[in-house]
Design a protein around this ligand. Structure first.
Ligand code: SF4
Ligand code: SF4
Ligand code: SF4
Length: 270
């Protein structure tokens, strides 16, 4: 199988999403994430927000249309930015932007500083607050599936084909074609085309994105420069902290591996 080096992209056409949560369930299954009983919070989104065990979440959005209440759905996950602020902010290089598109993460390098969580403009990385040796978790863009020539698990499972996947250039061109051919159906905005300098995941919608719960006002340029502009004001603090936290992480990871769950036990809970 040829190695995929061309940047890949995904487009979620929210006008096609039926809110079935198939993507959410498949993601849990493929990534061996645990489940917990959730509670009704006045909205059908379940769980109420993404967490370290939930890499992708289908949010139920209540909107008004022609004096009626309508339900819209959005699938959220890591956007796999072209210039990821998480990677730029991480002092130990735990995140890598790969040529094929996924922003991958190496938990064994993580020192738990959580700069990535502060830097991400989409509030994606989640911390394992309830674990003894916590690390950060987020959607992987199914990097290992892409490397094997497969599409991400959530894309493959989507019943109405609301998500398409392929070369980023072609996916972007398809999004532009849909807007051009059906201006009555879509708002004239591809979310992710320019936000944060462009992202691998993009969205089309018939409802303005701010009414769908998307974060508005994300700068169009890459964010890492902005991140380093603030972090570089405290270079000695960052460098010193990285050394101290690396030592802590080394000790922690050694302890973690001593009590590690065997690989074949991974993901059995829930
Ligand atoms: S969405 Fe956040 S976590 Fe994902 S690549 Fe971009 S900055 Fe990193
Ligand atoms: S790309 Fe993979 S890890 Fe990301 S949401 Fe889809 S199934 Fe989950
Ligand atoms: S599987 Fe497809 S249709 Fe179902 S919730 Fe996910 S994106 Fe929407």
């Amino acid at each position: 199988m040829a190695t995929i080096t061309k940047p890949q992209g995904a487009l979620v056409d929210l006008t096609k999403c039926i809110g079935c949560r198939g993507c959410q369930v498949t993601c849990k299954s493929w990534n061996q994430r645990s489940t917990k009983k959730t509670q009704m919070t006045g909205n059908f989104t379940s769980p109420g927000d993404m967490n370290s065990e939930t890499y992708t979440l289908v949010k139920f959005i209540e909107n008004d249309k022609d004096a009626d209440v309508t339900w819209d759905f959005i699938k959220v996950q890591c956007m796999h930015c072209k210039n990821p602020a998480c990677a730029s902010a991480c002092p130990v290089g735990a995140f890598t932007k790969t040529p094929a598109g996924p922003v991958t993460y190496e938990p064994e390098k993580c020192i738990g500083c959580r700069y990535c969580m502060m830097a991400c403009p989409f509030q994606i990385p989640k911390y394992e607050w309830d674990k003894k040796y916590p690390v950060v978790q987020k959607c992987t863009f199914c990097a290992e599936r892409i490397a094997d020539g497969m599409e991400p698990a959530c894309v493959k499972t989507c019943p109405p084909n609301a998500i398409i996947f392929g070369d980023h250039d072609k996916i972007l061109a398809e999004a532009e074609r849909r807007i051009k051919e059906h201006p009555e159906k879509y708002v004239n905005h591809i979310y992710g085309k320019e936000e944060a300098g462009g992202t691998a995941w993009m969205y089309l919608s018939s409802v303005p994105f701010d009414k769908m719960g998307f974060k508005a006002g994300i700068p169009k340029g890459p964010l890492p420069d902005l991140t380093w502009a603030s972090l570089s004001k405290i270079p000695y603090a960052v460098g010193g902290l990285a050394v101290i936290l690396s030592a802590i992480a080394f000790i922690r990871n050694r302890g973690n591996s001593d009590s590690a769950v065997p690989p074949d036990e991974k993901g059995k809970e829930g």
